[in-house]
Design a binder for this molecule. Structure first.
Ligand code: B12
Length: 215
């Protein structure tokens, strides 16, 4: 198990898309917890890539290759994570996206997948989503919650702008807002008056259930 998780992490660090895809395929039939494989294997790898990049040990092309390998693994694992939620009663409607100026989508997509697998009706707006679009879509879909991902210190302020705009449009009491992404934390959520912060996909589900009164 440990060795398998190490290999998953190593495939991402090496930017080995074929290897990551193969390991993800092996995980599917192995009876291992897919969440554990993702968090302790592949995600550990992409975080290591980030660290190496920050320390100047690798360059942008290698960062991109690591991200692409990560996406290949997630493409294999995502359908299995989604499972069948047809019989489930909806826990609520959530509009999710990565804020404008920001194209990071691996974590956001993982959160969206887990929310959907756990009974929420999720509309994923993708990346680089303008402030107004979050609100227009939430209004159009009568959403209970807006979930905003930001991975850059330069884009996280967009989360605040979504909340400010909700207040302006007198919608703040109807729509909950949850925030996440590497630079965010509890203190930031409090500062911008969000309803909650979660640091990973599993706690994002718990948070969403709590906000929906379904915990
Ligand atoms: C992969 C990656 C990329 C890929 C993205 C590919 C993609 N399709 O997503 C590429 C190569 C394209 C990229 C580009 C850039 N990147 Co980049 N990237 C990363 C890296 C290494 C990993 C991010 C990731 O996918 N992590 C894995 C996922 C699973 O984790 P996660 O995103 O944190 O998500 C989890 C939680 O945060 C949470 N969560 C996430 N979203 C949400 C939302 C809600 C509502 C909730 C509740 C929870 C939640 O749950 C998720 C699942 O567990 C990070 C390093 C890091 N430590 O984060 C840098 C990092 C984010 N990037 C960084 C930078 C600077 C850039 C660039 C500006 C580089 C450049 N010079 O061009 C560009 C930005 C382009 C843009 N405009 O967005 C910096 C940001 C620094 C900062 N302080 O702002 C980081 C931190 C690297 C570093 N250490 O310096 N990047």
């Amino acid at each position: 198990m440990e060795a398998f998780l190490d290999n998953c992490a190593k495939a991402i660090v090496a930017g080995d898309g074929g290897g990551a895809e193969r390991l993800a395929g092996e995980a599917l039939g192995s009876g291992l917890s897919l969440l554990q494989v993702i968090e302790e294997g592949f995600v550990r790898g992409i975080r290591e890539v980030g660290r190496l990049w920050e320390e100047g040990e690798i360059f942008l092309p290698e960062l991109v290759m690591g991200a692409e390998a990560m996406k290949k693994a997630m493409t294999v694992l995502q359908p299995a994570l989604e499972g069948s939620d047809e019989a489930q009663e909806s826990l609520g409607r959530i509009v999710i996206g990565t804020i404008e100026g920001d194209i990071h989508d691996i974590g956001k997509t993982l959160v969206a997948t887990m929310l959907s697998a756990n009974g929420f009706e999720v509309t994923d707006l993708g990346t680089d989503v303008p402030v107004a679009r979050f609100i227009d879509e939430a209004e159009a879909r009568n959403a209970d919650c807006i979930a905003i991902s930001a991975l850059l210190t330069t884009t996280m302020n967009g989360q605040k702008r979504v909340i400010d705009e909700l207040v302006k449009r007198s919608m703040r009491d109807k729509v909950k807002v949850m925030v996440g992404g590497a630079p965010c934390n509890e203190a930031w959520a409090k500062e911008i008056d969000a309803d909650g912060y979660a640091g990973d996909a599993v706690s994002a589900v718990a948070l969403a259930k709590g906000l929906a009164g379904k915990a």
